[in-house]
Design a binder for this molecule. Structure first.
Ligand code: HEM
Length: 417
C-alpha cells in the first residue's frame, strides 16, 4: 500500500475480500490509529468511530446524501454506459429519498411515512408468520437445510414479491433484479458488465411500471398500491420518482434482511452458550436480535459527499469528497459498547447500535425488518432443536461486497421439536 508519509497507514485493504470478510480487528486498529482513514485505493474517507459516524449522519448540510457522481461517487465510462440504457429504453430514476437532503428529503420521507406506518407493519405480521412457517414446513422433516437459500433469502423475497405484485414463487427473479440494482455499488464494473446489469434492471423497471399503472386505477392492499397513492391531496409521484423509490425499497429491504437473518443464525451457532441462554429465556429474543445487528451489521456502511470543507476527529476533508460512514465499525466502538468483540445477548445498550443508521435517513424499513427477524427466530426456536452446522463453513463465508454482508451458505442440521 502506498500512502504519503504524513498519512496513517493500516496494514490492510478494504478491496481485499479477506479483509471485508472479517474486518473487525482492522476496525479496532482504525479506532486507535486513524478513526478517519482515507482509503489509498479510491481516496474515500472511511469514518469508523461511533461519534464520527454520528457527526456524518446528523449534519446533512455538510455531509450531503446527494451523490456527486456514480454509485460510489465517481462518474466513469461504466456509469455513463449504465445510465444510457435507462435514458434510451427505460426511466432515468429521479433523485428521491435516500439520495436527497432536507427539505426535499423531508417531503419524500413524509409521503413514505404514510406507507410504512407501525399499523401497516403490525398488519403484515400474520402474513410474515405464515411465510416463515411454510418455509420451515418445507424442510423440517429432512432434519437439515441450507439456511440461506431455503430460509433467509425466501422469507424477505416472497414477502416483497407479494407486496410488489410478482407471484411469490418468482422471488428468485426478484433477487436477480435486486442484485442488478446493487451491482454498480458492490464492486468496480467494466462498461460491458454495467450494461448487462442495466439490461436486467430494465426488466424490473418495465414490470414495475405495469404494476404502478394497474394500481393507480385499481388499488389493492399491498405496498405498491400504498406507494402509488401516498401523495393523497398532493401531486402524485411521477414514474421516474416511483422507479427510484422502488429501487430503494428493493435494494434496501431484501438482501439486508437476508444478511441479518443468516448472520443472526450463524452467531447463535458460533456462541452455543448464547443459544442455550436464549432457549432458556425467550424474553431475550428481542435483545438477541439487536445484539446481532450490532455485532455484525448487515449494512457495513454507506456514503455521503461533503458539501463544503469538513473536519472529523481533526482530519480535514475537502469539499466534494466521498465519506463512508462505517456503521459496522461504529457498532464495535469500545467507548460506547463495553468489550465490543463479545457477543452478549444480554448487553444492556445493544439497541444503541447504528445498524439502521441515524438521523433523518434512519431506515424506514427498520420496524418491518425487526418484525421479520422476530417472526423468524420465534418459529426457528419453537420448531428446530439442537441446531448445528452440518459442515464447516467456507473460510471466507461472505460474498465480496464493499458494504453488505451476504453469507454464501449456512448448511444446518437439527431435530424436529
Ligand atoms: C436488517 C435489515 C435492514 C438494515 C440493516 C437496513 C439498514 C439501513 C440503513 C443503515 C439505512 C440508512 C441509510 C443512510 O443513512 O443513508 C437504511 C435506510 C433505508 N432503508 Fe433500510 N435496512 C434494513 C431493512 C430495510 C427494509 C425491510 C426496508 C424496506 C422494505 C428498508 C428500506 C430503507 C429505505 C427506503 C431507506 C432510506 C431512508 C431514507 O433515506 O430516508 N430497509 N436502511
Amino acid at each position: 500500500m502506498t500512502v504519503s508519509d504524513d498519512k496513517p497507514v493500516i496494514d490492510a485493504s478494504f478491496m481485499d475480500p479477506a479483509v471485508q470478510d472479517d474486518p473487525f480487528d482492522v476496525y479496532a486498529e482504525m479506532h486507535h490509529k486513524c478513526p478517519v482513514y482515507q482509503l489509498p485505493e479510491n481516496g474515500m474517507y472511511m469514518v469508523t468511530t461511533y461519534d464520527g459516524v454520528r457527526t456524518v449522519l446528523t449534519d446533512p448540510e455538510v455531509f450531503s446524501s446527494r451523490p456527486s457522481g456514480g454509485a460510489a461517487g465517481t462518474v466513469n465510462d461504466a456509469a455513463l454506459a449504465h445510465a444510457e440504457v435507462f435514458a434510451e429504453r427505460g426511466w432515468v430514476k429521479a433523485r428521491t429519498l435516500q439520495r436527497t437532503d432536507p427539505p426535499e428529503h423531508t417531503h419524500y420521507r413524509k409521503l413514505l411515512g404514510r406507507v410504512f406506518t407501525n399499523r401497516r407493519v403490525q398488519d403484515m405480521v400474520p402474513r410474515i408468520d405464515e411465510i416463515t412457517h411454510s418455509l420451515i414446513d418445507s424442510f423440517i422433516d429432512d432434519g437439515e437445510c441450507e439456511f440461506v437459500s431455503q430460509f433467509a433469502l425466501p422469507l424477505p423475497g416472497v414477502f416483497i414479491c407479494e407486496q410488489l405484485g410478482l407471484p411469490a414463487d418468482q422471488y428468485l427473479t426478484f433477487k436477480r433484479w435486486a442484485d442488478a440494482m446493487l451491482a454498480m455499488s458492490q464492486r468496480v464494473l467494466s462498461p460491458e458488465e454495467a450494461v448487462a446489469q442495466a439490461e436486467i434492471e430494465l426488466e424490473a423497471q418495465h414490470h414495475l411500471a405495469k404494476e404502478f399503472e394497474a394500481r393507480r386505477s385499481e388499488p389493492r392492499d399491498d405496498l405498491i398500491s400504498a406507494l402509488v397513492h401516498a401523495h393523497q391531496d398532493e401531486e402524485p409521484f411521477t414514474m421516474e420518482e416511483l422507479q427510484d423509490l422502488m429501487h430503494q425499497l428493493v435494494t434496501g429491504g431484501f438482501e439486508t434482511t437476508t444478511a441479518a437473518l443468516g448472520t443472526a443464525m450463524m452467531l447463535l451457532l458460533e456462541h452455543p452458550d448464547q443459544m442455550e441462554k436464549l432457549r432458556a429465556d425467550r424474553s431475550l429474543q428481542k435483545n438477541f436480535i439487536e445484539e446481532s445487528l450490532r455485532f455484525d451489521s448487515p449494512v457495513a456502511g454507506l456514503w455521503r459527499t461533503t458539501a463544503c470543507p469538513a473536519e472529523v476527529h481533526g482530519v480535514d476533508i475537502p469539499a466534494g469528497a466521498s465519506v463512508h460512514a462505517r456503521y459496522a465499525a461504529a457498532n464495535r466502538d469500545a467507548t460506547v459498547f463495553d468489550e465490543p468483540a463479545v457477543f452478549d445477548i444480554e448487553r444492556e445498550n445493544a439497541n444503541q447500535h447504528v445498524a439502521f443508521g441515524l438521523g433523518n435517513h434512519f431506515c424506514i424499513g427498520a420496524a418491518l425488518a425487526r418484525a421479520e427477524l422476530m417472526s423468524a427466530f420465534t418459529a426457528i426456536l419453537d420448531r428446530m432443536g439442537d441446531i448445528q452446522l452440518a459442515e464447516p463453513l467456507d473460510p471466507q463465508p461472505h460474498e465480496f461486497s464493499f458494504f453488505l454482508r451476504p453469507l454464501k451458505q449456512l448448511p444446518l442440521r437439527f431435530t424436529k421439536l
